[in-house]
Design a protein around this ligand. Structure first.
Ligand SMILES: Cc1ncc(COP(=O)(O)O)c(C=O)c1O
Length: 438
């Protein structure tokens, strides 16, 4: 009997998991360092997904671990409602520096889902504060993932995530997704076709009238649905249309923020500035849960003209938790001092070439990547959507690599501190898995 194994697995109702399948054949992680997990049997597992897209600096990063340990002994908790603590303010200033002062303010949450719901609420309240309270509509996109709160689910566009939960928020509409295998398969970086899909926003404006629309929210690169890279010019076009119609543009950078595209944010990569940006995950290197909404100064300032009093009736008990702030400050230090973005930049061409070496393997129908994120789309088994990729996921874990699957798409998003040997190991083992799939 392995002492690390839990006595029973019954009580923990696991999130986004096939509970019955997992508990019959569990995959248990017990430690992590650098690019590797260790499983309960002592096997090393190369982390091809940065946990859940959230560990850019690698596991057990000593600087971050030390900062959190120090803070927990000094200030275990402090409220941020009508109170504060220095680290929350210091972090906010450092985050503004990290964005190159393109944003003026940051609001803390505990997760990506909360960041999204916060940004949507801010968008509504912003228009109301400016006397345009009729702007209540929110526009998301098909196949979008914005977490699991009712706001994020409503603007999200993944059917399985939505179908069990009733009518969701009223007054929401969706742009079409941008996935087009017939025209864009095997693209490297931004695909050539599909900029015109942004013009669908004009159609929604005609349908609803701009005066009813508060915000458009999209992931700059859609991650959870299976790595959909925006067509060339698409995000710029969305920005232009939002400006034309007085609609706020929100980028959900929960996955793309903090270096996934080898730039601080995807907005830097694409040269398109949103009015608000939602982040989480890499913000604290995944060590302590934290999310953050970045807003342009004018959004925040619109609230500051109100009569004296609380300007925004919104927040979470753990907004700006001292441990999360300590982890985030240390994460920014690691990014700065250890050249995390520079390493990602250096590795991206090698990563892309390794990905495209999988072309021609059985069942592979598309390979796409940008920065250090990659999607490998497999042809589904007839009548069993998702089964083929799930089989790949299980075999990959048994072979010592952690990958992520969504439907029949494999998504890779390793820590940004990887080297060429890690890339070789990841794609070498994955190639073997693909060669032997049903
Ligand atoms: C783009 C995006 N938004 C929101 C979320 C939700 O974040 P969380 O799981 O921290 O609530 C995710 C999670 O993967 C995400 O990818």
């Amino acid at each position: 009997m392995n002492e690390n194994r839990p006595g029973s697995m019954s009580a923990f109702w696991m999130p986004f998991t096939n509970n019955r399948d997992f508990k019959a054949n569990p995959r248990l992680l017990v430690s992590a360092e650098g690019m590797y997990y260790k499983d309960v049997d002592g096997n090393s597992v190369l982390d091809g997904t940065a946990g859940l897209w959230c560990v850019p600096c690698g596991h057990a990063q000593p600087r971050i671990t030390a900062a959190v340990s120090e803070m927990v002994g000094q200030l275990d908790f402090a409220p941020t409602f009508q109170m504060g603590h220095p680290a929350a303010f210091d972090l906010a200033e450092q985050l503004m520096d990290y964005t190159g002062h393109k944003f003026g303010h940051v609001f803390y949450t505990n997760s990506g889902s909360e960041a999204v719901d916060t940004a949507l609420k801010m968008a509504l309240a912003y228009h109301r504060a400016r006397g345009e309270g009729g702007r209540t509509r929110l526009i998301g996109r098909e196949r979008g993932y914005h977490g699991v709160g009712f706001g994020g689910l409503s603007v999200g566009g993944i059917g399985n995530n939505r179908k069990s939960f009733g009518p969701l928020l009223p007054g929401v509409d969706h742009l079409p997704h941008t996935h087009n295998l017939a025209k864009n398969a095997y693209s490297r970086g931004e695909p050539d076709h599909g900029v015109e899909l942004a013009d669908e926003l004009e159609r929604l404006v005609t349908l609803h009238d701009a005066s009813t629309i508060a915000a458009v929210i999209v992931e700059p690169v859609a991650g959870s649905t299976g790595v959909l890279v925006p067509p060339k010019g698409y995000l710029k076009r969305l920005r232009e249309l939002c400006d034309k119609h007085g609609i706020l543009l929100i980028f959900d950078e929960v996955i793309t923020g903090f270096g996934r595209l080898a730039t601080p944010f995807a907005s830097d990569y694409f040269g398109v500035e949103p009015d608000m940006m939602t982040t989480a995950k890499g913000l604290t290197n995944g060590v302590v849960p934290m999310g953050a909404v970045f807003s342009k100064a004018h959004i925040h300032d619109a609230f500051m003209d109100a009569p004296a009093g609380i300007e925004l009736f919104h927040g979470y008990t753990y907004s700006g938790h001292p441990l999360a702030c300590a982890a985030a400050i240390a994460t920014l230090e690691v990014f700065r001092e250890q050249g995390v973005l520079e390493n990602a930049k250096e590795m991206q061409a090698y990563f892309e070439d390794a990905l495209h070496s999988l072309r021609g393997l059985p069942h592979v129908i598309d390979l796409r990547s940008i920065g250090l994120v990659a999607g490998i789309e497999l042809a589904p088994i007839a009548g069993k959507p998702g089964a083929r990729a799930f089989q790949a996921f299980k075999q990959a874990f048994a072979d010592g690599i952690l990958i992520r699957v969504t439907g029949d798409i494999i998504a890779l998003s390793p820590p940004l501190v990887l080297n060429k040997q890690h890339i070789d190991e990841l794609f070498g083992k994955l190639a073997n898995v693909l060669k032997n799939l049903d």
